[in-house]
Ligand binder design. Structure first.
Ligand code: IDP
Length: 160
């Protein structure tokens, strides 16, 4: 296939992106989806769920024992979140850039947190921080049959 050259081969990286309850309450779900779509990433899975404590303990396992762990679980478990899987070249690192710094005060304007949030404890959205976390988080939040198999017809205009 003429179009599936250089960059296409790496274009199947995936990241777990989640709109947190504050993003849902503040009506920023569409805005966040829009930014990932506009960038050229491919939506592979999406669902609205109120996460259980057990799920969140696993998701935030690395933070167990920290001062903000309980408040964090209360916050993320307080209402529905929108859990998503996005696919594309470097989607993990580019997704983190699009989100901005963990502390919105340090996020550049133009990033999701830099445009819509003020404090770390209400920072709107989550994105996997490495390929390894992405795999772990996608496995945690989704069953295999919840991941859509489809070809984006625009991909030959997104990749060279
Ligand atoms: P990340 O979400 O940017 O990867 P992490 O350090 O993994 O950042 O922290 C996970 C989440 O925990 C943050 O997004 C934020 O919601 C929350 N969090 C982290 N540090 C603090 C804190 O000092 N106070 C309140 N919440 C925090």
């Amino acid at each position: 296939n003429l179009y599936k050259t250089s960059t296409m081969t790496d274009a199947h990286e995936r990241s777990f992106i989640m709109v947190k309850p504050d993003g849902v309450q503040r009506g920023i779900v569409g805005e966040i989806i829009k930014r990932f779509e506009q960038r050229g990433f491919k939506l592979v899975a999406l669902k609205m769920v109120t996460p259980t404590r057990v799920l969140l303990e696993q998701h935030y396992d690395e933070h167990q024992g920290k001062k903000f762990f309980e408040p964090l679980l209360q916050y993320i478990g307080s209402g529905p979140v929108v859990a998503m899987v996005w696919e594309g070249l470097n989607v993990v690192s580019v997704g983190r850039k699009m989100l901005g710094a963990t502390d919105p005060a340090k996020s550049e304007p133009g990033t999701i947190r830099g445009d819509f949030a003020i404090v770390t404890g209400r920072n709107i959205a989550h994105g996997s921080d490495s390929d390894k976390s992405a795999k772990r988080e996608i496995d945690l939040w989704f069953r295999a049959d919840e991941l859509a198999v489809w070809t984006n017809s625009a991909e030959r205009w997104i990749y060279e």
